[in-house]
Design a protein around this ligand. Structure first.
Ligand code: HPA
Length: 248
């Protein structure tokens, strides 16, 4: 079963035919909100709003472990996450959709692993390819099919938030090799890997990162929200196609 985790601008899926809602509990606490079970383009999916339906949970307070654990418990083995990002690379301008292939973790103090006790055996998960190559390809193919331009690959810098970044921080992320910056990619990506779920992200550029493009002197959240809402109709059409095709 496939799940979609929506972020800013995607707290609901207009094209999802909801069959039921369910509040779930896990050993790690409660997920961000009730899961929506339904069909998208006649395929069963689960939808979860990462920040809650009222968009009330900031990135550093999202219970990523409960979200992923509860999805796994419901039989989910594929997760498409939708996340908004600031564009660092010059071609990542507002409105661009990109499927990252690498991630760097700058977050701290988040519950970042399921292996957090001494009494369970643990493994060092292989994070060489943090995003599932097959699911990435499926997203890219779906985007092409619905004629939505979508860039293949890029390095996502996951920051702590909830504040935005300084110019010096963005310069540092760029020197590190990052192409885009967002606040929710970690630990979500790694937790999905620990649970052996296939996970990939559709990143929507909603602003130039600090110091870039028209963000030389600041970032205006009203513009960010407008850009996010505008892009999500395109993301929805990609998602409709993703659920419809499998694998390679
Ligand atoms: N920085 C960090 N996270 C973000 C940004 C940004 O510029 N835009 C959207 N999420």
């Amino acid at each position: 079963m496939l799940a979609i985790i929506g972020g800013r601008g995607l707290t609901e899926l207009a094209n999802l035919e909801i069959t039921h809602r369910q509040v779930l509990r896990t050993p790690y606490g409660e997920p961000s909100c009730a899961f929506l079970f339904g069909t998208l383009n006649q395929h069963e999916v689960i939808f979860l709003a990462r920040h809650g339906y009222g968009y009330t949970i900031p990135p550093h307070l999202v219970n990523y472990r409960a979200n992923l654990w509860a999805l796994r418990e419901q039989g989910v083995n594929e997760v498409v996450s939708v996340a908004t990002v600031g564009g660092i690379r010059a071609d990542l301008t507002p409105g661009i959709i990109v499927v990252p292939d690498q991630i760097i973790d700058y977050t701290h103090g988040r519950d970042a692993t399921f292996f957090d006790t001494r009494d369970t055996s643990y493994t060092n998960v292989d994070f060489t390819l943090p995003y599932c190559p097959r699911l990435r390809r499926r997203i890219l193919r779906s985007a092409a099919e619905v004629q939505q331009p979508c860039l293949d690959g890029g390095v996502y810098a996951a920051t702590q938030g909830p504040r935005l970044d300084s110019v010096a921080e963005i310069n540092r992320y760029e020197r590190d090799g990052a192409d885009m910056v967002g606040m929710t990619g970690m630990p979500e990506t790694a937790l999905a890997m620990e649970l052996e779920m296939n996970y990939a992200t559709i990143a929507v550029v909603v602003n130039h990162a600090a110091g870039r493009g028209d963000s030389k002197n600041g970032i205006h959240m009203e513009q960010v929200n407008v850009a996010a809402s505008a892009a999500m109709a395109r993301v929805r059409s990609i998602l409709e196609c993703v659920v419809n095709c499998d694998g390679d």
